[in-house]
Design a protein around this ligand. Structure first.
Ligand code: GUN
Length: 292
């Protein structure tokens, strides 16, 4: 069997076309969605992510604000930037690119973002809402994966989903969203003994480990759906995921490639959350083009 390829490029484009319609409608009614991205330091990967976020938000017709701050910025100054954006009526989404330098308390910064503008879905209030199934901004990567599964016609209810990785950004919320759709969920992580034996039971396997080509065909049940969240460089410096694509595609029924899989979906869901935030602001009379 050769797996069906689930394309984040195609599904992402489909959703971005829908978002564009929503943005145009909102602009017609006098409200332009705005996304602000704060980047601290010069990490090359973070710089690339932030540039892509800027490009995509402009393509969607949104206002895009980039705030680039030096590695040495104090925590206090960073919090002041966030507070300014919290009070800026032309901004509906605020994203502080992670990781932050070690002298800055990441949790404190996340908590300082207004939950109403937390388009990453990282604020503890929004994480809590997600866990109890209340409407909120869902973290972009797991949200994007749910969209990929649903739009590819993959049934989730009753399936055994195995999530490898337990980060706050991907692994933990991923398991919760799958649980909400009635999957039976197992979390595996760096301390899991006999990880392959769990992975091999998965109907849906999510690889969010951060190790190049970690998941080989030995980890995958025949016919499983395999979602690769990894973004690594292989021994030749080529971009690759956490999944050994060439061997796994021979046993899986569906698989996401790297690049062109989960990556484009993450940005798409960020735009979706920003549009949602602007729509809410407009409904509440807090959004106006005149206030730009
Ligand atoms: N760093 C890696 N992924 C993300 C993300 O989704 N959001 C933010 N803010 N930082 C990240």
């Amino acid at each position: 069997m050769t797996a069906k390829v689930i394309s984040g490029v195609e599904i992402g484009k489909e959703i971005r076309d829908e978002i564009k319609v929503g943005v145009d409608k909102l602009i017609d009614s006098g409200c332009k969605p705005g996304l602000a991205v704060i980047l601290v330091g010069e990490d090359p990967a973070s710089q690339t992510y932030v540039k892509n976020k800027e490009k995509s938000s402009i393509q969607a017709g949104m206002k895009s604000e980039q705030i680039k701050l030096p590695e040495t910025i104090s925590q206090k100054e960073l919090l002041e930037h966030v507070e300014k954006l919290n009070n800026d009526v032309s901004i509906h989404g605020i994203l502080v690119q992670l990781p932050l330098p070690s002298h800055i308390d990441e949790d404190l910064v996340i908590k300082s973002i207004s939950p109403d503008k937390d388009v990453d879905g990282f604020h503890p209030q929004n994480v809590g809402k997600m866990i109890i199934g209340q409407e909120t901004f869902l973290p972009c990567t797991p949200h994007g994966i749910m969209e990929m599964l649903e739009r590819s016609g993959i049934d989730i209810a009753g399936k055994h989903a195995v999530v490898i990785g337990r980060s706050n950004i991907v692994g933990k919320p991923m398991g919760q969203l799958l649980l909400q759709k009635d999957a039976t969920v197992t979390y595996c992580h760096s301390k899991t003994k006999n990880l392959a034996s769990f992975a091999k039971q998965a109907d849906i396997l999510i690889a969010a480990i951060g190790k190049a080509k970690f998941v080989t065909d030995e980890y995958v049940k025949e016919g499983a759906v395999v979602i690769d969240v990894g973004m690594n460089r292989d021994e030749n410096g080529k971009l690759c995921g956490d999944v050994d694509y060439d061997s796994v595609k021979e046993v899986a029924s569906a698989i996401t490639p790297v690049p062109g899989g989960v990556g484009p979906m993450t940005i798409t869901m960020l735009l979706k959350n920003t549009l949602l935030s602007a729509e809410i602001a407009q409904r509440e009379g807090k959004c106006s083009l005149l206030q730009e």
